[in-house]
Design a binder for this molecule. Structure first.
Ligand SMILES: Cc1cc2nc3c(=O)[nH]c(=O)nc-3n(C[C@H](O)[C@H](O)[C@H](O)COP(=O)(O)O)c2cc1C
Length: 241
């Protein structure tokens, strides 16, 4: 019954933090580092360098990909979280800033958030991914998974997953170049990024599901974003059973 609409919650936005600084080159081996808190109290978490030479073939990841809605107990590592974010929107060519998934005219309308509940070395809270620096910036110190769960028709995996990725789109970035076609282009881009997350999760022995059934306004309130930024997907991620 994930297609019914429901009301949701608002969220307060305190900024806190913790952090992980890292230099690991393989997923699963991330040293914890010092907190980095700026003058305005924003906390930035430098993610471990992404792995670009994993051992699972793309063919195997494609053949084993499945939507997974129940997860084994256990936290994710920061390296795993960083790898998933990189797969979705990481910068793969520093010269141009081009990313892991294609973008119409390289206008990059997507934003990616991580609602963290249980990640080793990372405080619970809501974070925004910064592709250019492969960092997380804290948005809120609240664990917003319950609010996302309410906004997503109480689909249990949104409450239960150790992390929920939230993808949004700022259509205006693409509309400047493509006008009315931007709306469809942004939705297409969400599909590309989501499939990358699915395949990366599969390769890491994790499970995820693309969730499109939710109340847009309620999700926007949980994220604290303006109406210009449209929620597109939730992707709860946990360990595969
Ligand atoms: C646009 C879109 C929206 C979806 N929304 C939900 C959702 O809200 N909840 C859910 O459990 N699955 C959702 N799914 C996942 C589909 O149910 C799933 O892909 C389908 O059952 C096929 O299973 P598979 O992904 O394992 O191949 C969505 C998939 C897509 C592409």
């Amino acid at each position: 019954m994930w297609y019914n609409n429901r009301m949701a919650h608002t969220n307060r936005f305190a900024v806190i933090a913790i952090a992980v600084c890292a230099a690991a080159t393989t997923v699963g081996a991330q040293p914890a580092g010092p907190e980095r808190e700026s003058d305005d109290e924003t906390v930035t978490v430098t993610l471990p360098a992404p792995d670009t030479a994993g051992s699972v073939t793309v063919e195997r990841a494609i053949s084993e990909r499945r939507s997974v809605r129940q997860y084994a107990p256990g936290a994710l590592t920061v390296a795993e979280l960083g790898q998933l974010l990189y797969a979705a929107q990481g910068v793969t060519e520093t010269r141009t800033g081009y990313r892991a998934s294609p973008s119409a005219g390289a206008t990059f309308p997507l934003e990616l958030y991580a609602a963290v509940g249980d990640v080793d070395g990372l405080s619970a809270g809501l974070y925004r991914y910064v592709p250019a620096s492969h960092e997380l910036v804290s948005v809120s110190a609240d664990d917003v998974r319950a609010a996302l769960h309410d906004a997503a028709l109480r689909q249990p995996m949104v409450r239960d997953a150790p992390v929920v990725l939230v993808m949004t789109g700022v259509t205006a970035r693409t509309a400047g170049r493509y006008g009315e076609r931007a709306e469809r282009y942004v939705a297409m881009e969400a599909g590309h990024a989501s499939q990358n997350v699915y395949l990366q999760a599969t390769a890491l022995g994790l499970g995820t599901v693309a969730v499109g059934a939710f109340d847009d306004r309620s999700i926007g309130q949980v994220l604290g974003v303006s109406a210009d930024e449209q929620p597109l997907y939730l992707m709860p991620v946990g360990r595969r059973e």
